[in-house]
Design a protein around this ligand. Sequence first.
Ligand SMILES: C[S@@+](CC[C@H](N)C(=O)[O-])C[C@H]1O[C@@H](n2cnc3c(N)ncnc32)[C@H](O)[C@@H]1O
Length: 288
Amino acid sequence: MTLSHTTEVIEYFRRKADGYDRVDEQVYWRLSDELLWEAMSRYVIPHIPDKAVLLDAGGGTGRWTDRMLRHRPDMSALLFDLSEHMTRHAEAKAERGGYGERLSIVNGDLADLVEKAGDRKFDIAISFHNVLGFVRDVRSVLQQIAAVLNPGGQLVLVLPNRYHAVFFNLLTGSVSEAESAAFDRRGRFTSDMPAMHLFTPAELVGALNESGLPVAISTGFPVAVYPGFQETQIAGTSGLVSDVFADQSAYDRIKAIEFRLLGEPGLAERGNNLFVVARKPPESPARS
Ligand SMILES: C[S@@+](CC[C@H](N)C(=O)[O-])C[C@H]1O[C@@H](n2cnc3c(N)ncnc32)[C@H](O)[C@@H]1O
């Protein structure tokens, strides 16, 4: 990857920024968000200390910082992202939500996280939806996140699953993208997005363990309903998804299936998204 890759990423999110939050209107993404929040509520939020400081790495328009800061008025956050066009929306959300004093925004490349974070330390870091796939050196970014986490702090990652990317691209007729995902571990879901690195659960768990962040939870979601081509766009619903979510009761029953399966061992490989929680070891007591 070259510097022009970063420029391509900035340009892509400049175009996407104003419509990005419209994913809220798509039924598939509504379910995906509910599953992510359920996973956070089960596996992460109970372990967040009082007055915790959150790092949202590649936080974009602030959809998840917004959710966390509204849910936990004791918390404050730093949203760190390459794209000013995306973070402008996070700023507007903070103003509307009345938590502007609890949110700082820094525009920068995660490659420079330690330098840009200064002496800030965090109790929890989140990085959701593709971010780590776009960075140039994943290990370096993971090590930098580990360095800015307090002992006992958590890192939560949501990333697309390489195995699912192979399936999805064949489903939508893009054999060359499926080949790229299978052979080169790089790929994309639409022709206008920059290619990104695609992770398998084992690869991600290995990279985290080696970065000093032992993995506590590795699973995937959704595992029973997959997006179609339209769900990769800002608006629209594919025939497949609208058929399965025909009405509220179908939606509720599918959600109950997903909630039941969420977190079962072995389902990481089947998820559209990988969901991984790693925890920085607490400081060991000094030896006398
Ligand atoms: C698909 S968006 C996800 C935004 C947010 N995490 C969410 O779940 O709504 C990916 C974000 O990653 C940011 N990003 C990509 N590469 C980055 C890098 N090297 N450093 C910082 N941010 C980056 C983009 O600017 C974009 O806002």
